[in-house]
Design a protein around this ligand. Structure first.
Ligand code: AMP
Length: 556
């Protein structure tokens, strides 16, 4: 077996690696590092969790050796699709380069240009960036890429998903053609293949096996059920999720719960909290400081359940996750592989549950075709669906907000009083947290804002070739950075819908059981639902507000 000391790495790197506690190189490291040190371009087919970050960082540090960086001319460049991934690479760099004098800068959205400019002006050896933010700096004339000797593209397939490929091509064209390139992707889509054929030369391809097809440490279970009614699907899935988590008991030390839509991430998280679970959401609309705090909490164990979107969770290095729950069957089969790969790492045992309803059949077929095996079927835990509507939501209605009082028994049905009293106690703590949520805006505004946001997002996507949650890497954003950040994840979904025609706006409404008869109505058409005419003075909003909004809209 190869040892780190066999790899001709700089002794200072070897010392840092030993201190990090690594004994032997992972397969991608053992395969890639010798070629990288020999000056070759490397095409790495590997995903997070394989040690791929060190497989390019360690040779980079060795190759950059002693040289000195010139002002505004970084000597190497690492591109990552999201802020978190870029920050993770930067952390890795700090660990492995601690005994060298190499300098680095991290260029990501959410950090002021001024501070980043200062670092670049001083000269950096390693620049780690998201593509949009890097181009922002370049276009402001603050950064020259003509001194780049080594360029790394990490998670290229995610870059493709997020619409970054035009940016990547542009960045390649701004660097010298003599540069050495390390290019990493979990999959080789035709578009990725085209880029590698264009920008890599004589590359050595190193590949490590996909986790989902080889890992025996992940116990997978598919939990299928048919909702009692289409518009109950979302609430019943939440009930099944709670029952699954409870059934796992103490063996569920922590878990990531994946939702397909970031809107659902919030609702599922709030609903879990309302039911006494320790859950926090993470998605691209949340402020960077909130995301960092949540992740830190998840890593240190103070957050037990992380409810996440694919984009937000992608590539995050959280080694010890006991469970993954797919609240939704992922609509892109490769996301299944990435999601369940969050558990069962480094020889640990992990469990991955996927909750599915009949409309997910097509996704399941695609997933099973990709992983080349059926997902073992499991049972809905006994009693999970009894009284499956969320109790706190009912409790609030009974406590008598003006909105809930207006709903008749036709909409919600009569409820036993005892259940309501018990649930009210559970619901209480969540109210304050939920009050700050964006869903609290006057309802009349919501359709307009959604339309507006989508419209803007599409504009960004088409004009700039980026369709992601991109996190602040928006070049010509006249609306301010916070705003641009907040649209990215939606935009990513739109990007995909353009490509594959799967996700349409109506999917979100379908999911919540609203009507879609295919007519195109602008805004609310001629119809003024009666809830618009009511006052909004009451602030007793519950965890399940967004679902309720959708339901009200469809019934109005
Ligand atoms: P990555 O695939 O780069 O996200 O790395 C996944 C995890 O593996 C990180 O927590 C690394 O610190 C860890 N790691 C990287 N290389 C090794 C190694 N040779 N031995 C043990 N752990 C490693």
């Amino acid at each position: 077996m190869t040892k780190f000391s066999d790899l001709a790495l700089d002794p200072r790197v070897l010392k840092a690696v030993a201190e990090a506690g690594y004994e032997t190189p992972t397969p991608i490291q053992a395969q890639a590092i010798p070629h990288a040190l020999a000056g070759k371009d490397v095409l790495g087919i590997a995903q997070t969790g394989t040690g791929k970050t060190a497989s390019f960082t360690l040779p980079m540090i060795t190759l950059l050796g002693q040289g000195r960086a010139k002002a505004r001319m970084p000597r190497s460049l690492v591109l990552a699709p999201t802020r978190e991934l870029a920050a993770q690479v930067a952390e890795n760099f700090d660990v492995y380069a601690k005994y060298t004098k190499l300098t680095k800068a991290l260029l990501i959205g959410g950090v002021s240009f001024g501070e980043q400019d200062k670092l670049i002006d001083r000269g950096v050896d390693v620049l780690i960036a998201t593509p949009g933010r890097l181009l922002d700096h370049h276009e402001r004339g603050k950064l020259l890429l003509t001194g780049v000797q080594i360029m790394v593209v990490d998670e290229a397939d995610r870059m493709l998903d997020m619409g970054f490929i035009p940016d990547i091509e542009r960045i390649f064209s701004l660097t010298p053609f003599t540069r050495q390139t390390f290019f990493y992707s979990a999959t080789m889509a035709p578009e990725i293949e085209r880029i590698t054929n264009t920008f890599l030369s004589g590359a050595v391809k190193v590949e490590v096996a996909r986790q989902a097809t080889t890992s025996t440490t992940i116990e997978q279970k598919l939990i299928q059920f048919t909702p009692s009614r289409k518009d109950k699907s979302f609430a019943e899935k939440r009930a099944v999720l709670r029952a699954l988590i409870k059934a796992e008991g103490e063996s569920c030390t922590n878990a990531i719960i994946f939702c397909n839509r970031k809107m659902d991430v919030d609702v599922v998280s709030k609903s879990l909290k309302a039911h006494g679970f320790n859950a926090s959401p993470i998605h691209g609309d949340l402020d960077q400081s909130v995301r960092t705090k949540t992740l830190d909490g998840f890593r240190d164990g103070s957050v037990h359940l992380l409810v996440a979107s694919d984009v937000a969770a992608r590539g995050l290095d959280i080694p010890a996750v006991s469970h993954v729950f797919n609240f939704d069957a992922p609509s892109h089969p490769e996301d299944y592989v990435h999601r369940i790969g969050r558990t069962g790492r480094a020889g640990r045992l992990g469990k991955a549950y996927t909750i599915a309803v009949p409309s997910d059949e097509k996704y399941l077929t695609a997933i099973e075709a990709l992983v080349k095996q059926p997902i073992p079927r499991g049972e809905v835990p006994a009693g999970a669906l009894e009284g499956a509507s969320d109790q706190p939501e009912r409790a609030r209605e009974e406590r008598g907000s003006s909105r809930s009082r207006s709903r008749g028994p036709r909409e919600r049905g009569a409820k036993p009083v005892e259940a309501v009293v018990a649930a009210a106690v559970v619901a209480a703590p969540v109210v304050a947290a939920v009050e700050a949520a964006p869903e609290q805006q006057p309802r009349a505004e919501r359709p307009r804002r959604e339309d507006e946001r989508r419209h803007e997002s599409r504009g960004e996507h088409r004009s700039e070739g980026r369709s992601s949650e991109g996190r602040g890497e928006h070049r010509h954003d006249h609306r301010g950075e916070g705003r641009s950040d907040s649209n990215r994840e939606n935009t990513r979904t739109e990007g995909r819908s353009d490509q594959r025609g799967e996700y349409r706006r109506d999917d979100r409404r379908d999911h919540r059981g609203s009507r879609d008869n295919g007519e195109r109505v602008v805004g609310m058409g001629d119809h003024v639902p009666d809830f618009i005419l009511r006052s909004f003075a009451i602030s007793t909003v519950t965890a399940d507000e967004p679902e309720e909004l959708a339901a009200t809209g469809s019934e109005g």
